[in-house]
Design a protein around this ligand. Structure first.
Ligand SMILES: *Cc1c(COP(=O)(O)O)cnc(C)c1O
Ligand code: SF4
Length: 345
């Protein structure tokens, strides 16, 4: 499948600076698929899918890095990785209860890009963009979706963190925080490390999964240098997302002292089978990652075709419990606006 992309890569290569290494993640990001017709061509699906895909794309643009696309089965509209990124006509159908800001996060922002809802930890929107656009994501309606905070905004955020000595953990989220440059992230990690009451730095990211080359020397360097304990929560929904390059990226992160966890979203047609979820947990652990959360879908407009009813979600997790050791069982949770923590189902 990936061979289709090689001519484009070669055509652009002469414009790259000489120093760009072959695995340069920023180049891979620039070359991500951004048009429905390119995605369909790359996976070998015909024009029957185009009208629906185009409609969804206009609301929330298609974005799929080649490294992720290469793990999809060819010519299979039900491929679980493709389902996560291909807009379907169903996105356009309004469904009662599926809204644009299901988490009501607009109410908890003491500084721009800062969300302080839970005790002892704050979530910082480090980069509004993502390397991949997942169709089920609440980001599809976020007004500041592509916004990245300026240094001046970071000073406000750091002041807030310094001033609240109940805080133990800073969570870099987004969007995807690893879309920020390593220079910016190293600066931020340093500044956070200087706040004495902080113990942990957590990153919520999908980049090591969708572009494993993001885990490069520059990233490992600032992670290893921080005095804070590092936790990375990956986002993987299906075992087929974990190829050899992802396994290697995880090993490198662990070598820099990072504890690896995973969160998944329970998605109809992607991972709503006990065998799939069990295989995911097994595969995660082989890569050195512990399952953390299994989220039920946020009721976001345009994503209702991924919804799995609560009763079925509970049965799936019961089946998993009978199958797996306790440490490979993710916690089934929902995010309820106004609650002080994720709510177990
Ligand atoms: C999910 C979330 C966290 C982290 O919650 P944990 O249960 O510690 O993983 C923190 N802040 C916000 C706003 C969140 O949504
Ligand atoms: S925030 Fe996560 S789920 Fe949403 S589009 Fe980005 S990577 Fe996908």
């Amino acid at each position: 499948m990936i061979t289709r992309t090689i001519p484009a890569v070669q055509a652009k290569a002469p414009q790259e600076p000489r120093s760009a290494p072959a695995g340069d993640w920023q180049r891979q990001l620039r070359e991500a698929i951004r048009q429905p017709r390119d995605l369909l061509a790359a996976v070998g699906l015909d024009a029957r899918w185009l009208a629906g895909a185009q409609l969804g794309h206009e609301a929330f643009e298609v974005r799929v890095p080649h490294a992720f696309m290469a793990r999809m089965r060819h010519a299979d509209p039900n491929d679980p990785l493709l389902r996560q990124v291909l807009p379907l006509a169903a996105e356009g159908e309004p469904v009662t209860g599926f809204v644009s800001d299901p988490l009501e996060e607009a109410d908890h922002t003491p500084a721009a890009g800062l969300i302080h809802k839970y005790a002892a930890r704050v979530l910082m929107i480090t980069s509004g963009a993502c390397a991949i656009n997942c169709r089920y994501c609440f980001r599809r309606h976020f007004p500041y979706a592509e916004h990245t905070p300026s240094r001046a905004q970071w000073y406000d955020t750091l002041d807030y963190l310094r001033g609240d000595d109940t805080l133990r953990e800073a969570i870099l989220s987004g969007g995807d925080p690893l879309l920020s440059s390593d220079a910016r992230l190293a600066w931020l990690a340093q500044a956070l490390g200087e706040i004495p009451h902080l113990k942990r730095l957590r990153l919520h990211t999908r980049l090591p999964v969708v572009i494993p080359d993001r885990v490069d020397d520059a990233l490992l360097e600032w992670l290893a240098a921080s005095r804070l304990q590092k936790v990375m929560v990956l986002h993987i929904n299906h075992p087929a997302e974990i190829d050899a390059a992802v396994v290697q990226a995880c090993a490198r992160l662990k070598s820099a002292g990072v504890t690896l966890l995973n969160q998944s979203v329970l998605l109809k047609g992607v991972n709503d089978a006990a065998t799939t979820l069990a295989a995911l947990s097994e595969r995660l652990f082989e890569a050195g990652v512990l399952p953390y959360y299994l989220h039920v879908l946020d009721p976001v407009a345009g994503a209702s075709h991924f919804d799995v009813p609560d009763e079925r979600a509970r049965l799936l997790v019961e089946a998993l419990r009978a199958e797996l050791p306790g440490f490979l069982l993710p916690r089934l949770v929902r995010e309820v606006p106004g609650k002080p923590a994720k709510t177990p189902l």
